[in-house]
Write a protein that binds this ligand. Structure first.
Ligand code: NAI
Ligand code: 15L
Length: 297
């Protein structure tokens, strides 16, 4: 179990960038946790992480509101759970050493849909962590916390947040909870502002925001095992050519991305160029910045 030894914030952490390990296998992984909880396990990233997190846990507890493939042997547990249900989340968290919180609504939606899954959901996760003595949470935050910044801005973890919708606001709230639960209870968190984590970048914006699954897995390894992270905010992107985000304030994680969107540039740039005033060209959050309003009819 990882224990918070000091009230460290990203301001205090020295820049001790390390070389990243080569891809982790069960043979060369750091000592596995006894039990890791992954929420959102039925989702796009959850399915990938169900495989790639295997070296890091003797038992991976996989949870979602949606059905999943049954547990594959003794190293998996499958638990259906609605994050909006406080009692169910408290049961879910019992007996785990660390939590990777990926569950929730993952796109812009009306506030009422975001409220239970994301806002109540992340609160339930932190309260359950406190009650069950869990000392480390990795939170799948999002670039939509800063989505209203222009694409010509370079941001770091101290840049002002500019959420681009209710979804981004829910992730911003999750980051605030992470900060509060560290200051108040010593529960450490890494909030990963994931860019676009898909098999390939699908459009021009994603040439900057893309995060390969391999790099995501390395970042999760660093987020789980780096000591004294306090509450660290890190941008989740691969080593792309034209980056909007600077991770120097998270250098203590030692994250060294291996992949780049360059391999896909030609195919992506064959697509028609969006108009100069299209939000997908103006804002870091792209089309999310133009979603809504909802509920006017
Ligand atoms: P996804 O939508 O495929 O997966 C989210 C999962 O959460 C789904 O399986 C869904 O059933 C589950 N979920 C929704 N409401 C729930 C509830 N009330 N209780 C329990 N589970 C619930 O999304 P994806 O792409 O796999 O993303 C995973 C996480 O990473 C999300 O939190 C998302 O916001 C975050 N993220 C993903 C990015 C990406 O590029 N894929 C970028 C930035 C953030
Ligand atoms: C996100 O936060 C979403 O979960 C994902 O579906 C993508 O839209 C991604 O951001 C992105 O900005 O590309």
């Amino acid at each position: 179990m990882i224990i918070a030894t000091s009230h460290t914030t990203t301001d205090d952490i020295p820049n001790n960038n390390k070389q990243s390990p080569a891809m982790t296998t069960t043979a060369n992984a750091p000592a596995p946790f006894n039990r890791l909880l992954l929420t959102g396990a039925a989702g796009g990233l959850g399915k990938v992480l169900r495989q790639s997190l295997r070296p890091y846990a003797k038992v991976l507890r996989l949870s979602d509101i949606a059905e999943m493939a049954p547990a594959n042997g003794e190293h998996e547990e499958v638990v259906l759970c609605d994050l909006a249900d406080k009692a169910a989340v408290h049961q879910l968290v019992e007996g785990v050493d660390a939590i990777l919180h990926f569950g929730g609504v993952s796109v812009e939606r009306p506030f009422e849909e975001i409220l239970g899954a994301n806002i109540c959901g992340v609160f339930h996760i932190y309260e359950a962590a406190r009650r069950h003595g869990v000392k480390r949470v990795v939170f799948a935050s999002s670039n939509h916390v800063i989505g209203f910044h222009r694409q010509d801005a370079i941001l770091d973890a101290h840049s002002p947040r500019r959420p681009d919708g209710y979804y981004g606001l829910s992730k911003s709230y999750g980051e605030d909870l992470a900060s509060f639960y560290f200051d108040r209870y010593g529960i450490e968190s890494v909030s990963i502002r994931i860019g676009s984590s898909f098999p390939e970048p699908n459009n021009r914006r994603m040439l900057s925001t893309w995060l390969s699954y391999r790099d995501l897995t390395q970042l999760l390894e660093r987020a789980l095992y780096t000591p004294n992270v306090g509450h660290t905010v890190v941008y989740g992107m691969s080593a792309n050519r034209d980056l909007w985000w600077d991770n120097h304030l998270a250098a203590h994680l030692g994250y060294q991305p291996q992949d780049s969107s360059e391999a896909f540039r030609e195919r992506v740039e064959a697509q028609p160029m969006p108009a100069a005033d299209d939000p997908v060209r103006l804002f870091q959050g792209g089309a999310f910045a133009a979603a809504g309003p909802f509920g006017d009819d």
